[in-house]
Design a protein around this ligand. Sequence first.
Ligand code: IPE
Ligand code: IPE
Ligand code: MG
Length: 207
Amino acid sequence: IAIIMDGNGRWAKKRFLPRVAGHKRGLETVRETVRTCTELGVEYLTLFAFSSENWRRPDEEVSFLMGLFMQALEREVDRLHGRNIRLKIVGHLARFSGELQARIEVAQLKTAGNTGLTLTICADYGGRWDIAQAAQKVVAQGQELTPENLDKAMALAHVPDPDLMIRTGGETRISNFLLWQAAYSELFFSDCLWPDFDEAALDEAIS
Ligand code: IPE
Ligand code: IPE
Ligand code: MG
């Protein structure tokens, strides 16, 4: 299952709160979604947390999201590890602070041997970026540019193509998420704003 978690800002706006309050609530939905997927026996959950294009948002919002990401890595990794979850962070990452990159590295190493849910967080990720970096890798290795070779060079190579791709928040577009991997995914668009996307909503999407 792959999810484009959209609608945090509108959730906050509806409540006359700052947009960042929606991101904070959105993190709680992430927690709940991970728990539900673990219980359901889902093997791979891939979440779109921050796109290549999201750097264009106001500085304050970007800093808040980075802080939230940092905090989540500090506070959640032990719990994820305790539940046998393997955590992967996929994206360009070079634009993240050194501190954040180090924490990502620690979290991935710590959970690398886990055999339960593989939770992949796409951060500073774009489908076009992944295709381009994979092509560069294939060429640099002197291999032929075939779909199979590209597939193996993708940053998301550890995840099978999703059966189901969900977008919350009512927009019916892909916004540069899994361009390569979603070739045959079922697409499910929900009007539910991400902070409101609960277990019942996920069940509905899966059904
Ligand atoms: C998704 O919610 C979270 C991120 C892109 C980081 P938005 O922030 O896009 O919320 P809306 O779409 O403005 O409601
Ligand atoms: C998609 O949401 C990206 C993430 C959920 C991280 P956006 O809100 O950034 O997408 P657009 O701008 O509406 O296409
Ligand atoms: Mg949005």
